[in-house]
Design a binder for this molecule. Structure first.
Ligand code: PLP
Length: 377
């Protein structure tokens, strides 16, 4: 099988698995217990917190562990609106955010909060002038993703922070973490979410960076863990795995990004050259691993199914929306018609994708598309 759906999830790194085994075995204590068994588990969580903070240039105390990206995003959106200063205030976000941001925003809107959804251009880049115009003292939060899951488009987050003036800015970095170098100080964001299973860690762990002094209210209550922002006994094995995955991502990021970008560029160039009516979505400033391609006149889902039968895993967009027949809201927000948006397939490669797999992927995509177009081979 060729796995080309790394934006949906990634395989567990063997070194991550080995680190988790320790926490799944002897170190089973509750990190909140004061006895030695508990404190041994606490040390594992502390080490992971430092590793996770290291990936984004944060201080360990600024990391709140969650169950994943969705929970981190919800904690930000709902927690910022409910925090003492944000109570009843509005939110600014963009039309291309993941549903983990857009859906809690819609929930807030149903409760009477003002939600401004910023438009994007044809490449999916947010309109900063619209952001500047929307900024006012009744806004509690700006939430703008660092890189898009469907297209890989990278947003001008540092510029958005400047445009937002004193309003705290959150960035959903679930897709960017481990693929782009991230430094929260350079970006200037107050909040940043990311997820373990997108960077070769286990599912069930994620993190929210909360800059010192940022006001946020918890969504659940019942313990003092994670600065009371996310109470509940920690998922120690998953957190340990997440920590190891972040440490590995730190050391490999540059080399992995360079190699995967070369493979992705070769893949794209070959597909565009060999198949008429193809176009890459998302502009030129994209994640190194992502290629979202429109195949004119075809249904992306049919291509996905045909590729699956050949042995290649790709997707037509976010895995969490795959049961949904509506076209990608990201491509529609970029000005595409429903038919255009439905003709697109997302290919996302990763650190394990070999040159041989890329060549086979090119061959299979050409074969599947020609078959669907009725072209005789
Ligand atoms: N945000 C983005 C941009 C994503 O791509 C995803 C997952 O695909 C999420 C949030 C949700 O993360 P998780 O799967 O860890 O809940």
């Amino acid at each position: 099988m060729i796995y080309a759906d790394y934006n949906a999830t990634t395989p567990l790194d063997p070194e991550v698995r080995a680190a988790m085994n320790e926490a799944l075995g002897a170190t089973f204590g509750n990190p909140s217990s004061i006895h030695s068994a508990g404190q041994a588990a606490r040390r594992l969580v502390d080490r992971a917190r430092a590793q996770v903070a290291g990936l984004i240039g944060a201080a360990p105390d600024e990391i709140i562990f969650t169950s994943g990206g969705t929970e981190a995003d919800n904690l930000v959106v709902l927690g910022a609106a409910a925090a003492p200063l944000g109570d009843g205030k509005g939110i600014i976000t963009s039309a291309v955010e993941h549903k983990a941001v857009l859906d809690p925003c819609a929930f807030l809107q149903s409760k009477g909060h003002a939600v401004t959804v910023l438009p994007v251009d044809r490449d999916g880049i947010v309109d900063l002038a619209a952001l500047e115009a929307a900024v006012n003292t009744d806004v509690a939060l700006v939430s703008l993703m660092l890189a898009n899951n469907d297209t890989g488009t990278i947003q001008p987050v540092a510029e958005a922070v400047r445009a937002a003036k004193t309003i705290p800015v959150h960035t959903d970095a679930v897709q960017a973490a481990g693929k782009l170098p991230i430094d929260v100080k350079t970006l200037g964001v107050s909040l940043l979410s990311f997820s373990s299973h997108k960077i070769h860690g286990p599912k069930g762990a994620g993190a929210l960076f909360v800059r010192y002094g940022t006001r946020l209210a918890p969504l659940s209550h019942g313990g003092r863990q994670e600065r009371t922002l996310r109470p509940g006994t920690e998922n120690v094995p998953a957190i340990v795995g997440f920590g190891k995955a972040c440490e590995l991502a730190c050391t490999r990021l540059e080399a992995d990004a360079r190699r995967v970008a070369e493979s992705r560029d070769h893949f794209e160039a070959q597909i565009l050259a060999r198949l008429a009516g193809t176009r890459v979505n998302g502009g030129s400033h994209r994640l190194p691993n992502t290629s979202n391609i429109a195949f004119a006149g075809l249904d992306g889902e049919a291509i996905t199914i045909n590729l699956d039968m050949l042995g290649m895993a790709v997707s037509t967009g976010a895995a969490c929306n795959s049961a949904d027949k509506t076209p990608s809201h990201v491509l529609v927000a970029m000005g595409q018609s429903a038919a255009e948006a439905r003709s697109s397939v997302r290919f996302s490669f990763g650190r394990d994708t070999s040159d041989e797999e890329i060549d086979r992927a090119i061959h299979w995509v050409v074969q599947a598309v020609n078959l669907l177009r009725g072209v005789r081979l």
